[in-house]
Design a protein around this ligand. Structure first.
Ligand code: FE2
Ligand code: FE2
Length: 410
């Protein structure tokens, strides 16, 4: 039973903990939020589910260790019955076994002891995202999507390792090696022409060393989303074409951001956002394959952009759906913004060259190169946006040539 939530009301946040002192602490910590949030409290999972049945909450924050029903069991049930509720679990070091049980159903984990500011930030990010992605019908639409993949175990594990001071490539590689299917697909991608390595890579350790942890983590996410929908009807979307396009956009966006001398963390963001930017298409298409086929026909017949025909058929676009999913996974905001605005970057706001700009150029140049056009001004590229964000015409020419050569290599 997926219950729709009303986006015009105050966001509703539910805290669940069996210790009265902790609930009292939450009441104290969030007393200044009473005018912004509607806050509920429950002493255990059963009481939480009863409250959700009366009226669902937008965000659920639960302790892991509780009598009768633990946090893991609670989020699994909430994920099933109220898929649009964002789910946060507060865990301790001893909860690792329970964490594994609910990895797929939890959007964020917060380790005890935590700073109030961190929990507030998590809740606010989840609420802000709901709000921005909530305009019109999107939230209702996402609430009806029966299976939205939760963050993959491997993403969570690599992220956790990255937070440790002594993270090593060996440790990351061993996490990947635990999943033979992931390992095979990772090695296949790494050995594709996109990365241009002179020799074949046979081990995840070499992949991590050559590409870096961030890049391998993005590849793992791409592989995970594709595997999640492997057996579904994809409404006319070719997995080969989509994965080639995502990889190409990622590699080009990273090169472009390097050329713009952006800091290395922004280069990584450009790569990740490129890798994930169109995966919303897969979610739309698997939710209603016939409608997606209709949307492809509509696009061709009326010479529309893909997102314009999606908007007409579904009332939502692949950018919004992708941004919604990956924000629930807790990806950094610049990546979410790049996914959200990759077809209309000037809507994002202040015009400085960012991961979003890099994706936009990579995407536009891909269209330009695949259409065999001679002049980049032939594309619908927003040149004013690019020139005011510091790009020169020389750079555009160079990127155009690079983009064509990557396309030929693929
Ligand atoms: Fe794209
Ligand atoms: Fe797109």
């Amino acid at each position: 039973m997926a219950t729709k939530l009303d986006s015009s009301k105050k966001p509703r946040v539910l805290f669940v903990d069996d210790e009265e002192t902790v609930l009292t602490l939450y009441r104290h910590m969030f007393s200044n939020k009473k005018s912004d949030w509607e806050i509920g409290y429950a002493e255990d999972g059963i009481e939480a589910l009863n409250l959700m049945e009366e009226e669902p909450y937008d965000v659920l924050v639960t302790d892991m260790n509780m009598p009768r029903m633990n946090g893991a069991e609670l989020v699994v049930q909430v994920a099933e019955e109220y898929p649009s509720t964002a789910r946060v679990i507060i865990t301790g070091f001893s909860d690792q076994k329970s964490v594994i049980q609910c990895l797929e159903a939890t959007h964020r984990f917060l380790m005890k002891p935590f700073e109030v500011v961190n929990l507030t930030e998590i809740i606010q990010t989840l609420i802000a995202l709901h709000k921005s992605l909530n305009q019109n019908t999107l939230k209702e639409f996402c609430g009806q999507i029966s299976h939205l993949p939760s963050s993959p175990k491997i993403y969570f594990q690599i992220t956790e390792e990255l937070q440790k001071p002594n993270v090593t490539t060996e440790k990351i590689a061993s996490l990947i090696s635990c999943d033979p299917c992931m390992t095979a697909k990772l090695l296949q991608l790494v050995n594709s022409a996109f990365f241009g390595f002179a020799y074949e890579i046979h081990h995840p350790k070499d992949a991590v060393q050559l590409l870096g942890i961030e890049t391998v983590r993005s590849l793992a996410m791409l592989i995970y989303v594709f595997s999640y929908y492997e057996d579904s009807d994809k409404g006319g979307i070719s997995i080969d074409e989509l994965s080639t396009h995502c990889l190409q956009t990622a590699v080009n966006a990273q090169k472009i951001s390097r050329d713009m001398k952006l800091p290395s963390n922004i280069q990584d963001q450009a790569f990740t956002a490129g890798m994930l930017h169109d995966l919303g298409k897969l979610i739309l298409a698997t939710q209603d394959p016939d409608a997606y086929r209709k949307s492809i026909i509509l696009q061709k017949e009326n010479k529309l952009q893909d997102w314009e025909s999606e908007q007409q058929v579904f009332g939502a676009t692949h950018m919004e759906i992708g941004a919604y999913l990956f924000s629930l996974w807790g990806l950094p905001v610049p990546i979410i913004e790049a996914i959200m605005w990759h077809h209309q970057p000037s809507k994002e706001g202040p015009n400085t060259f960012s991961a979003l700009s890099a994706i936009y150029v990579a995407e536009s140049l891909h269209e330009f190169a695949s259409d065999g056009k001679k002049d980049p001004t032939d594309t619908d590229m927003d040149l004013e946006y690019l020139l005011t964000s510091g790009v020169t015409e020389n750079q555009l020419d160079r990127w155009k040539e690079d983009s064509a050569s990557v396309l030929m290599a693929s």
